[in-house]
Design a protein around this ligand. Structure first.
Ligand SMILES: [Zn+2]
Length: 461
């Protein structure tokens, strides 16, 4: 799961579009007897092995799998080899992305070395010049100032870091120091690369205020701002796709189901739960379903570069034709589904509305003895599918464990029971529509009877 960010414009636009729920669920119809349903569920869930999933995690979480690294590529090869061994057609889908490597920064002022940090997308450069205080760095603050060849000292607040840097640079500054307006350091970004930026670094409020006071007293303060080795590098990550074509050629529908997870992790984190757990469940469901009779195409997909902003899943959805998008009736994303220290299994949709994926899974949860709730959240690979108009949901234990995105996200904290529970629900829900005796969703005469399930307040905790 990716870290929480400010809402993206794209998400807000997408959220305002109505996304249709397949008509199968518009009308209630009598469900087959519960016993018959359970017998079908058992064809899947009796075959699911928590030990298999645990062993996949043990292999994958031996080291962090950061997007674009050899370790991620090793994970991709492991996943592809497993899927091939189950008899699937597989594809490794490469894509490139830009990775930003933070620079080394150093600041001295008045001969004293100060603790500093960089802003993402600051250009490199080493500048020695006199400091000039430029207030909040708004256009109105600097319009009457000549900062030519100077280092602008600017306070945080009111406008973005990027705007402050551009305003100071327009007034001639050779570098910018932004100091905090609250205790602690700044972990900031200039938003995007810009040729008009000058090197920019951050100082604490305490250091910044001291320099400002010295300037106000009329001192001349010479400073050096050093920003080196920052760079943007084109890197390659991969998605892994396995396709199970319908086994029942005559009865085959043209519908597609996607079961997904992400195989990359954040730097320093072995990612046992985030998201080797989801990959392990994806692999185990692929193994279990490999020889099951089905009338629906099932695609098992593990995405790369999820942690960098859902890059792999956007690439995957972009690669689909409109015809394929129209035929995908549901996307199940499993991300962080095995931590012994996390809460209950929750389904999250981008718009906070129920859909065919949550309906089918809630019904499966009732049958397998795990009642589910749902809520509103993005932050994983269900988002690009939702934006393409495809019913999608994220399956995750909520609240998340304290080891999220830390070096402590390790195998010893994985619960086989949690893995089993998730795989059973997703497996039973997917098989409910993939098996040949249930008609295609929009033509269904026997739609799954919706079960009651509750909405939780707030997103992922
Ligand atoms: Zn994550």
């Amino acid at each position: 799961m990716v870290i929480r960010k400010k809402p993206l414009a794209a998400l807000l636009i997408a959220a305002s579009l109505a996304v249709g729920v397949p008509a199968a669920f518009a009308k209630e119809a009598p469900a087959p007897p519960a016993q018959a349903q359970k017998a079908f569920d058992n064809k899947i869930i009796k075959k699911i092995s928590a030990d298999n999933m645990y062993n996949h995690i043990a292999h994958l979480a031996a080291e962090p799998r950061v997007a674009g690294t050899e370790a991620e590529w090793n994970a991709v090869q492991y996943i592809e080899a497993r899927l091939s061994s189950y008899g699937y057609e597989t594809e490794i889908q490469p894509f490139t992305f830009e990775n930003y490597y933070a620079p080394k920064v150093a600041v001295t002022a008045g001969g004293e070395a100060l603790s500093s940090s960089s802003f993402t997308y600051t250009p490199n450069g080493v500048v020695t010049a006199d400091l000039v205080y430029a207030g909040l760095g708004r256009a109105s603050d600097v319009e009457s100032m000549d900062l030519t060849g100077k280092i602008a000292l600017v306070q945080r607040g009111e406008i973005s870091f990027g705007e402050k840097v551009l305003n100071a640079a327009n007034a001639g500054a050779s570098a910018v120091i932004i100091f905090n307006n609250e205790p602690g350091g700044i972990n900031g970004t200039l938003g995007e690369a810009n040729d008009n930026y000058v090197p920019a670094v951050a100082l604490s409020r305490e250091d910044g205020e001291r320099l400002r006071a010295g300037l106000a007293e009329g001192q001349t303060i010479s400073a050096t701002v050093s920003v080196t080795d920052g760079r943007i590098v084109q890197e390659t990550s991969h998605n892994v796709v396995a396709v199970k074509k319908p086994t029942q050629k005559k009865k085959a529908t043209d519908q597609i189901i996607v079961v997904g997870s992400h195989h990359d992790s954040v730097p320093g984190a072995p990612g046992a739960n985030d998201d080797a757990s989801g990959v392990a469940a994806t692999l185990e469901l692929a193994r279990v379903m490999a020889n099951m009779p089905t009338d629906t195409e099932i695609r098992f997909v593990t995405f790369g570069a999820e942690e960098l902003g859902l890059v792999g899943s956007y690439e995957y959805v972009d690669s689909l034709s409109q015809d394929e998008r129209d035929r995908i009736v549901g996307m199940w994303q499993m991300d962080m589904v095995g931590s012994r220290d996390a809460g209950d299994l929750v389904m999250f949709t981008v718009d906070g509305e129920k859909n065919v994926v949550t309906d089918l899974s809630a019904a499966a949860g009732v049958r397998t003895g795990t009642p589910l709730t749902y809520g509103q959240e993005g932050r994983s690979d269900h988002v690009p599918f939702y934006e393409a108009g495809i019913p999608a949901a994220l399956f995750i234990h909520n609240p998340v464990e304290p080891w999220y995105h830390t070096p402590e996200d390790t195998l010893d904290k994985i619960s086989k029971e949690k893995l089993q529970e998730t795989a059973e629900i997703v497996g039973a829900a997917v098989y409910r529509i993939a098996r040949p005796d249930t008609p295609a969703l929009e033509r269904a005469k026997v739609a799954p009877k919706p079960v009651e399930y509750e909405k939780i307040v707030g997103g992922i905790q």
